[in-house]
Design a protein around this ligand. Sequence first.
Ligand SMILES: [Zn+2]
Length: 395
Amino acid sequence: MNLPGQILCGALITMDEPAPEGPQLIEVESGRIKSIRPAGNLGELDRSDLLDLSTLTVLPGFVDAHTHLDFDVLIGNENAQAAVPDHTLALRMANRGVINLQSGVTTVRLLGSRDFLDISVRECFDNNELPGPRIVTATRGITSSRSPHVNNAIADGPTAIRQAIRENIAGGAEFIKIFAGGSIGAGDDSTASIYCREELSVAVEEAHRFGRKIAAHAYGGQSVDDCLDFGVDYIEHGVMMTEEQYDRAADTGTWIIPTLRVFVAEPGISELPHWPDWLRQRLLEGRQEAWKSIEKLKASGAQYALATDAIHGELVEEAVVAASAGLTTLEALSAITCRAADVCELSDDTGRVKVGAFADLVAVEGNPLEDLRVLRDVKVVLKGGQIVTQPRENW
Ligand SMILES: [Zn+2]
């Protein structure tokens, strides 16, 4: 049975209020949740289209609030990874879609892909030609010539920035991604601005003029100040922000999307062999800052969601790390489900188990609110009510 009409849940974590207690029965119609009710007398259930997950805990499919299908960040050397023709890259993107889906990630927010390949890949996923998560995409990231980065569009000056934004929107971008600061290896200071204030303010204005939110790559320092000054909607990474900057973000309603394991995974990027000493040092400093960032973020009250930044199949580890850095298990789980869906502007569609939302679900053994590590082994994944990983035969 690939498309169950009913799902029997041993326990259900909806990430929505009120929290149900005991076994629940989810009714699914046309890929969306039609009803949720206590399972009641199991003997009376029509089992012809029932998916029996009565030994498992069911919760929303995970949402990675910042990733890329074009590369795997832990391999390093993104230029070398990108030195392949489009058809090779598209096949890798499809493969990473499968890896994400199998790990329970049913939605990804993409922060920069080459030449609109993500739009083609999304079409294949949406049409069920290939298995993969839902995609919300910025299409091409926009960067200045001060920090060229593979697979992004370089735009210098207000006119070029406006043009790049318009081209992205015409090509299917649902939001805009710009680099306010450089990547970690760029220049003397990774937190310096790579756009002048006029350019960044133009980018925000142009995105908003077309009704699109704008996300900016920024670790801290002046690049974050600029984002806060000009009304950027989402600060991506932000792991080197000060307490004052987190507090300002809370005041301005700016979301922060930390990508912790890019820095804190051990062995991780810092341990890759090919870095010059100065860059390895910078990465190790970033690791220290990233570990400290969660408590500052939490204390500020700013809104946030967690993300891998292209560590495929390991979103759960971001939640595990964030919990050990100061979040509660519920806060960490929210940050890879409902809060991440909010960032994707899909609050009514996914990230919560509620009537009207897509039946994007995962099932695990045990209680993730007691131990997030049970999420590492998802037993069943459904996307839009369709089983995309099968239950084991002996259940
Ligand atoms: Zn990224």
